[in-house]
Design a protein around this ligand. Sequence first.
Ligand SMILES: Nc1ncnc2c1ncn2[C@@H]1O[C@H](COP(=O)(O)OP(=O)(O)OP(=O)(O)O)[C@@H](O)[C@H]1O
Ligand SMILES: [Mg+2]
Length: 219
Amino acid sequence: MIRVRSVVKQYDTVRALDGVDLDVAAGESVALMGASGSGKSTLLHLLGGLDAPSAGAIEIGGLNLEKLDDTELSRFRRERLGFVFQFFHLLPTLSVLENTMLQGRLAGLEEGALRIRAEALLDRVSLRSRGDEKPDVLSGGQRQRVALARALVTRPMLLLADEPTGNLDSVSSADVLTLLSEMVRENNTTLVMATHSNEAAQIAGRVVRLKDGKISKSY
Ligand SMILES: Nc1ncnc2c1ncn2[C@@H]1O[C@H](COP(=O)(O)OP(=O)(O)OP(=O)(O)O)[C@@H](O)[C@H]1O
Ligand SMILES: [Mg+2]
């Protein structure tokens, strides 16, 4: 599913990634761990096509990212990837249901089918009855559950999560992790998650440790 080869990312004077090789199989869940500044978010950004490596190659689901033009890359992101972030990134002017449907609209899914899918996902994260409310009335854990539903509405092959529990209390965090692991398994979605939390890493089948932009351990 993911093949990363000799990837380097240089920002001015900082070498954020320094020769990373990584293979992730379809359906696998991987936790990226390592100290602050070790390159976790940088690697996720490159996997998501949000930024390009300075050197090396990234292949996802048989697509070589550097060979895609901007249109193909944004289409790939819309249709094949899901993202979950530390600070949720829900749109405040849209309702919970509209937020959940958003990615599907961008991917061009048919409205009726999309609504059914979004409602089923909100049901899955126990928030179906909150669909008409705005995200700002929800708790952090509830917002992250909406973000999870939103990320999965297109049934992406790859879900990228950057510290998805980094801003949650331990109870909400445990909730989100349980849902995350169950939902990626149900959908056979590949998961790559950056995290500082050992509890979060436990839902992953494998931990990959980064140190100074290099993979120091994989277990
Ligand atoms: N846009 C950028 N411009 C310049 N330097 C950057 C940029 N993004 C990241 N860096 C640098 O690259 C290195 C890796 O950063 P990255 O955000 O990937 O770390 P991280 O492992 O995600 O850390 P954290 O656990 O704190 O989120 C850091 O030294 C950071 O300062
Ligand atoms: Mg980070």
